[in-house]
Design a protein around this ligand. Structure first.
Ligand code: CUA
Length: 136
């Protein structure tokens, strides 16, 4: 075997190990177990935890009301297929994956209605899968 072939093989194997470890980390090391019900929990004056459940073809809860200036920690999962979770006007774009929980923190300073959109094709009801966050 050529010296460079051997090096290329070692590098390819190394990359496979890196991807595998990253994937396992993504799936196993969420500090939050998957849940079966969506809810909003107030943690402080302007601090909320949202457990957002995606299913065909709705988000639960699908209407969230919070005061302006709130810091929201979002935990999201799916109980059926993979969905998307995007908040229009915010840099939030997560996947909701059955069996795993994705987490993100977001601050809502500006009052308004922020639409939640499923941006991952999930079946016939996909184009109508919406929710909203109302910031007052
Ligand atoms: Cu859920 Cu597309």
């Amino acid at each position: 075997m050529d010296r460079f072939e051997s090096l290329a093989l070692k590098m390819a194997f190394g990359l496979m190990v890196v991807f595998f470890v990253a994937l396992v980390g993504l799936i196993c090391f969420t500090d939050f177990p998957p849940f079966k019900e969506g809810k909003v929990i107030q943690k402080g004056e302007k601090e909320y935890e949202v457990h957002l459940l995606a299913r065909m073809w709705a988000f639960q809860p699908n209407r969230i009301e919070i005061p302006a200036g709130s810091k929201v920690t979002i935990y999201t999962t799916s109980i059926d297929v993979q969905h998307g979770f995007e908040i229009e006007g915010k840099a939030v774009n997560l996947m909701t994956i059955p069996g795993a929980v994705n987490k993100m923190e977001v601050v809502f300073n500006k009052p308004g209605t922020y639409r939640i959109v499923c941006n991952e094709y999930c079946g016939v009801g996909h184009p109508a899968m919406y929710g909203e966050i109302i910031v007052k």
